[in-house]
Design a protein around this ligand. Structure first.
Ligand SMILES: NC(=O)c1ccc[n+]([C@@H]2O[C@H](COP(=O)([O-])OP(=O)(O)OC[C@H]3O[C@@H](n4cnc5c(N)ncnc54)[C@H](OP(=O)(O)O)[C@@H]3O)[C@@H](O)[C@H]2O)c1
Length: 261
């Protein structure tokens, strides 16, 4: 299938590692130019070089801290006037594990700034160019916790629900402009973030990381963690031309871990 995105430009948030990185690589494989965003400038430069060594595309590096509202405002000016993306992957880091109560104001505010308010502002900045072209694709990475809250990830469960509300609301507002807005919900995909969550659980429960990892995989109907590359293929399809009649959806990429219909 021709994904119809060769020569188009994708703005990839959280691109330095994990799911964002895998999506940036898959987009480049399909011929899309990529703008790579995260905090770690060196990791982004290395990725950009790897991508341009392998594929005939442009890879632009743009280091930004999405928990810094002033930095996000300056970044949004570049998104609107310079990058003008056809495709936007909304993705950030996740908050630290915790129950619902006893979380500091700092963690709530920083997490909401990074995971929700930056998504709203970056999306707004990306929309004018998409509207002018009558074509755009927006995908946000959420979590299975939106559907089935994950124990001890209360900040994530809470803020991602708000992101889902934003994406669904926006999807109806921009559908007639040829712009789709969808979410992808990872279950347990084998990235650095999942490793940190498993390590924190092992410390809390006095178990080894291997024990936690084995139990985590046993609880998934497919009996293994997902790979970033297989997650990326689904996300890139939703960012592609043939996915033009899919909007306002939350697609689970979770090996069946969410038990509800
Ligand atoms: N992996 C899973 O199974 C899973 C499951 C459910 C939900 N999720 C969520 O999906 C998202 C991606 O997951 P992942 O596993 O790829 O996580 P990851 O490996 O930790 O990668 C997160 C990415 O976001 C960037 N980032 C973090 N904080 C940032 C900030 N303040 N400003 C700009 N960029 C920032 C990181 O780069 P820098 O450090 O260079 O900034 C990195 O590129 C996360 O929100 C995660 O919570 C993942």
């Amino acid at each position: 299938m021709d994904l119809g995105i060769a020569g188009k430009t994708a703005l990839v948030m959280g691109a330095s590692q994990g799911l964002g990185r895998a999506i940036a690589e898959t987009l480049a494989e399909e011929g899309a130019n990529v703008v790579l965003v995260a905090r770690d400038a060196e990791a982004l430069e290395t990725l950009a070089k790897e991508i341009t060594d392998k594929h005939d595309v442009r890879a632009t590096v743009c280091p930004v801290d999405l928990s810094d509202s002033l930095a996000v405002t300056a970044f949004c000016t570049r998104v609107e006037n310079e990058f003008k993306p056809d495709m936007l992957l909304n993705n950030t880091g996740g908050p630290p594990p915790s129950p619902s109560t006893g979380v500091s104001d700092e963690v709530w505010h920083n997490s909401a700034q990074m995971m929700l308010f930056s998504v709203v502002r970056v999306t707004e900045a990306a929309l004018p160019a998409m509207k002018a072209r009558g074509w755009g694709r927006i995908v946000a990475i959420g979590s299975s916790g939106i559907v089935q809250p994950i124990p001890n990830l209360a900040v994530s469960n809470t803020i991602r629900g708000a992101v889902a509300g934003f994406c669904k609301s926006l999807s109806a507002e921009v559908a007639a402009n040829g712009i789709t807005v969808n979410m992808v919900l990872p279950g347990k995909i084998d990235t650095g973030r999942l490793g940190r969550i498993d390590t924190a659980q092992a410390e809390r429960e006095g178990k080894s990381v291997e024990e936690v990892r084995a139990a985590g995989q046993a609880a998934i109907p497919i009996k293994r963690y997902g790979q970033p590359e297989e997650f990326a293929k689904v996300a890139v399809f939703l960012l592609s031309d043939p996915a033009g009649y899919v909007t306002g959806q939350m697609t689970r990429i979770d090996g069946g871990i969410i038990r509800s219909i």
